[in-house]
Ligand binder design. Sequence first.
Ligand code: BGC
Length: 733
Amino acid sequence: MDVDAIVAALTVEEKAALCLGSDFWHTAPIPRLDVPAIMVSDGPHGLRAQPNESDHVGLSGSLPATCFPTASALASSWNPALFGEIGRALATEALACGVSVVLGPGVNMKRSPLCGRNFEYLSEDPWLAGELAVAMVNGVQGLGIGTSLKHFAANNQETDRLRVSADVDERTLREIYLPAFERVVTKARPWTVMCAYNKVNGTFASEHHWLLTAVLRDEWGFTGLVVSDWGAVHDRVAALTAGLDLEMPPNLGVSDRAIVTAVEHGRLAESVLDTAATRVLRLVSAAETALAPHASFEADAHHALARRAAHESAVLLKNTGNVLPLRPRAGETVALIGEFARTPRYQGAGSSQVNATRIDNALDEVTRLVDPSVQVTFGDGTIDAAVELAGSADHVVLFLGLPASTESEGFDRTSIELPAAQLELLSAVAAAHDRVVVVLANGSTVRIAPWEHEVAAILECWLSGQAVGGAVADLLLGVANPSGKLAETIPVRLEDNSSYLNFPGDSGHVRYGEGSFIGYRGYDAAHAEVSYPFGFGLSYTTFSVSDVSVHVHGSVGADLHVDVSASVTNTGSVAGAEVVQVYVADLESTVTRAVRELKAFAKVALEPGATDRVTMTLDERSFAFWSIVHSRWAVEAGEFELGVGTSSRDLADRIVISLDAPSLAAPLSVMSTLQEWLADPRGSELLRSLDTTGALNSDELVRVIGTMPMDTLAGFPGIGFDHAMLRSMIEQL
Ligand code: BGC
């Protein structure tokens, strides 16, 4: 397709038409120039292709597709290669359905455990989310299908999501809410980015020039297309001017008319329209692969992949006395209690809802896996019957979690507790059996502290896709070994979460008052006890991390990179996988910084007794903060601690390195304080030459007046310098 020639041949009306879809899921065709329409479909963990139906909240049907583990589950795998595999599977299904762009992944940060859409998002940590999403985008796009990185930006709650203004300072945006987008844009070049519904600091994301153009395109070099979230456009011309190319779904007859009128009246430069039309045509051109007929996908193979993915997504939180894996002997009884054992909750509601090709349940799969002499009994969770089952069973597995009605796109949760009826069931069953295993199904963190002492083992499975039943059976019986790690902290109480006082806001605003201290950054800074820390997860085997070494290459501003190596040994008796994590702490800083931040990780699969040596590389950005004084990333000279371990709170080794870096101090001015002048060698020398009384040698005096700007001090009698002398000192500097 000769895009430039087509744009040159288009009328203003046709260009305007291209900047809107033609219906809910298609771009606008231009038949006279042989421009086809292409189809886009949700979503992040499975396709929701609706060739004949249209809604963006998952109410109507869609073609059968594989429902992979949702983002919060899959992120717990900490396995980019798995994301790549699932990306390829999504692309294969998209090809089979004639879909050109998959609307995902979603890389919004989990600011609060209450966000109703957390199940669609990856993590509370931008580095982890970014790395995993890069792999997924590469997987999808490697097969000629586009992705839509969403929701750009600061879409971290469902309450009032179409109007609320996320009020967030630039440093927090740069360090927490934008980096996952930045990483994916710069490393994987997604074909499209989807703008968020909400406002950011008072401006709709769909009209946010700074986000959509200054940052996304000018700084990060994005060359793809920006599409609106479904219904996010309020002023089509303002959105176009800000950098939003494609409005979905199209407000036909209104938005196209507004664009044409604005061009006619000179309120919109036609060149802006040309640019957007060019981007739409480039997308259509890139997407042509999907328009050719393709064979249907292999549903069984994808189901098997979904099962493997669900293995890796499960996080073993507790396993007292190695109660797991279960080893039922001939003639023993295994009781599975809770409706989720028979009717799994495996995905969340809303636009990401997949019409699964098939659904496994744990009851059937456990029954299939155990020796025929083992009796598998089931109770749906009626308390008296459950107690009776548990009392007479050798092994008891209790299936708990959140009902579908409590977490969904469109609204937030108001609590992180399990439903009261489930807690009652849990206590009753735990009183009847001393080694109860709990299997959890929930899209975002639930509170565990009040009841964890009542049970022997907890396997957090999140919403783990259509094959979760088989995967849970494999994990319970040791056919698979858990290797998931928490991508979000499990707090002791909701109130310990740093966003607690500012979520979800009111009166049209949500203030990100905690700044960059979300997730583990908040709990660590507050020294808060947590139930299970970020990065945590047990295995049926044990590992040691040893021989950590660090090599610094280059220097700040000159290709700094730091290699961190560690040996990982499987010290137990079964094969398993461990995730080695590297956290960076800035030990000397003039700005407030997190206690530690994840900057690298590697997942290592090992046979019993085997050792592997892994090397992870940190770049300059790993040590940087966003300087609001300098409006750029900056590394401050001083000591940094590199903590290497298997969770944010279990560091096997900590190595301190020292980095040299140019001073970040602002040049001295009349508004610099006395302390700042004294800290500067030249400034101090000049000042001291005027200090005939030796007052500057008095620590006490300097402490009291040291924070005053020189301009103020110059006005005080007896201080030793006046405004003229201050100006002269500045000239000398
Ligand atoms: C959601 C998007 C989704 C779109 C299309 C919106 O409601 O926020 O994530 O891609 O609908 O279904």
